[in-house]
Design a protein around this ligand. Structure first.
Ligand SMILES: [Zn+2]
Length: 270
């Protein structure tokens, strides 16, 4: 059994053929965790998870989707409404398209991120982190995120109380930062980017980090792996990510499938 640990099949890209996408996923022995980018998709993810076995939901708000009126209590109630909600995400920092008022937006993102960290700790649910730096500095946001998570930003020790705090999805930091996330107990989420020819650094990171800390994901509809690069992605394609990881680590495909499935279940406790 495979599991796509991070997909967005609630997105409009699937409005015409959602049932087929789900069927193809289950037909290729692939279960699905739906990540959410705002309150509306969180509600949809919960509804889908309630409807299907082999499907679970995350509740959260993407840093690109923040509105001034974010009501954390609403997210809390939704997260508590179903036992198919297995994590809080995706949440974090995204500095890629800041534009005007950059400082203000970054401050807001950090504020909301802190709220979601607190929510995850309150509900004892793992965090699914999103982190993307600026166009000129892809790693800076990862350092800032590590500071927030360790509490060094405000002197607290937020995550010390959980052994397995979550996953950093679609990993895009460097190896040194990956080791820091591992030290904090985080898993590392690997998408189809790892199959791209120019992803040399990520491929090296995959070779170096332990298989028992890796989750596979599609981030569908984005980031379709080779040989589908540029097309709409879907959960059934997560096997191409697992295959590439097997190649890079010189392991059997089945071993990668089995271990990443177990990792995902262990992290999300289902
Ligand atoms: Zn995502």
């Amino acid at each position: 059994m495979l599991i796509d640990s991070h997909a967005h099949i609630t997105f409009a890209e699937y409005s015409d053929d959602l049932e087929d996408v789900i069927k193809r996923s289950f037909a290729s022995n692939t279960q699905i965790i739906n990540a959410s980018n705002n309150y509306e998709t969180s509600v949809q993810a919960v509804e889908l998870a309630e409807k299907y076995d082999g499907m679970w939901a995350l509740v959260g708000c993407h840093p690109d989707d923040l509105r001034s009126d974010l009501d954390i209590e609403k997210y809390k109630r939704l997260a508590q409404s179903s036992n198919k909600v297995i994590g809080i995400g995706e949440v974090g920092l995204d500095y890629y398209r800041l534009g005007e008022n950059a400082d203000q937006i970054m401050r807001k993102q950090k504020e909301v991120f802190e709220l979601f960290i607190k929510l995850a700790l309150d509900l004892n649910l793992p965090l699914v982190l999103h982190c993307r730096g600026t166009k000129d500095d892809s790693y800076g946001a990862y350092d800032e995120m590590l500071e927030i998570l360790t509490g060094s930003a405000d002197g607290s020790t937020k995550l010390a109380m959980t052994a397995s705090p979550g996953v950093i999805h679609c990993y895009g930091g460097n190896l040194e930062q990956a080791k820091k996330f591992l030290d904090l107990g985080f898993y590392i989420g690997i998408t189809g980017i790892v199959t791209f020819k120019n992803a040399k650094e990520l491929q090296q990171i995959v070779r170096e980090i332990p298989l028992d800390k890796i989750l596979v994901e599609t981030d569908a509809p984005f980031l379709a792996p080779e040989p589908f690069r540029g097309q709409r992605n879907e959960p059934a394609y997560v096997k191409y990510v697992a295959r590439k990881i097997a190649d890079l680590k010189e392991l059997a495909f089945d071993e990668v499938v089995k271990q990443t499935y177990n990792n995902t279940r262990k992290l999300f406790r289902f």
